[in-house]
Design a protein around this ligand. Structure first.
Ligand SMILES: Nc1ncnc2c1ncn2[C@@H]1O[C@H](COP(=O)(O)OP(=O)(O)OP(=O)(O)O)[C@@H](O)[C@H]1O
Ligand SMILES: C[C@H](N)[C@H](N)CCCCCC(=O)O
Ligand SMILES: [Mg+2]
Length: 222
């Protein structure tokens, strides 16, 4: 059992929610690991350049794995993955990603795979994050960053997920904009349209702590 986490956009809280989901799944599964197949943008760490999302997911998980399995592409520049790869003289290969995912899944009970950006983010000249999700065949968790415009983005994303024959297993709201008007009414509308309540409603946190996110009981049932 594994999940592909996508979002209504980049910077909507996919990493925070993915880490929180890993913590939640660790209550019922011994070996839970995060995967960031494609990361764009690195920071300096004591071990050399690394990606913040990959580092956070690694810290949340309960299995230590080689970096080539949990983050096969770690590209230096924070831009669309197809451009970050081009700038690094690489081409993102979905066969390679599927193979690394299979190896990682063999070491874990659950893998939480965090996509890059939104669902249709370009990975190379012809393929997008949707192709990767489809290739891995995973149920999808959609993170909705609550701000004006998110209703349209959430409905488009849900439609795209289903158009790929994938299951929208669950969705999570993240209150990224403390000034948003009628946030609860937006959640109610989406709950009605998506046919389910969000698995979690993440508050705006002064210091984000993924382990403090409260999940509904059905969260994590694919
Ligand atoms: N609920 C929240 N409260 C406070 N800060 C938040 C919250 N959600 C996200 N953030 C902050 O907003 C920023 C973007 O969140 P995050 O990195 O999880 O987004 P993302 O969707 O994973 O982005 P990317 O597309 O780059 O992977 C981070 O600095 C994160 O700590
Ligand atoms: C660099 C950033 N943090 C993400 N990893 C990549 C977001 C790419 C978005 C591309 C786009 O949809 O225009
Ligand atoms: Mg992220």
């Amino acid at each position: 059992m594994s999940f592909f986490v996508t979002g209504t956009d980049t910077e909507v809280g996919k990493t925070l929610v993915s880490c929180a989901f890993v913590h939640h799944l660790r209550k019922t599964h011994a070996r839970v690991v995060g995967m960031k197949p494609v990361a764009a943008g690195t920071v300096d760490t004591p071990h050399g350049p690394d990606n913040e999302d990959a580092v956070a997911l690694r810290a949340a998980g309960s299995v230590a794995v080689p970096r080539e399995l949990d983050n096969p592409y770690c590209l230096p520049l924070p831009m669309s993955p197809h451009l970050a790869a081009r700038a690094a003289g690489q081409v993102i290969d979905l066969d390679l990603l599927a193979d690394r995912y299979r190896q990682l899944a063999a070491l874990a009970d659950v893998v939480v795979v965090e996509g890059a950006g939104g669902f249709h983010v370009p990975l190379n000249d012809t393929q997008t994050g949707a192709d990767l999700a489809q290739r891995l065949g995973l149920p999808v968790v959609m993170v909705v960053g609550l701000r004006l415009g998110c209703l349209n983005h959430a409905l488009l994303t849900a439609e795209a997920i289903r158009a790929r024959g994938l299951k929208l297993a669950g969705w999570v709201t993240n209150r990224i904009d403390p000034a948003m008007s009628a946030a609860d009414d937006n959640i109610a509308y989406l709950s009605d349209r998506l046919g389910a309540l969000p698995w979690a409603d993440v508050p705006r946190m002064n210091t984000p702590r993924p382990e403090q996110v409260v999940w509904r009981p059905e969260a994590g049932r694919a």
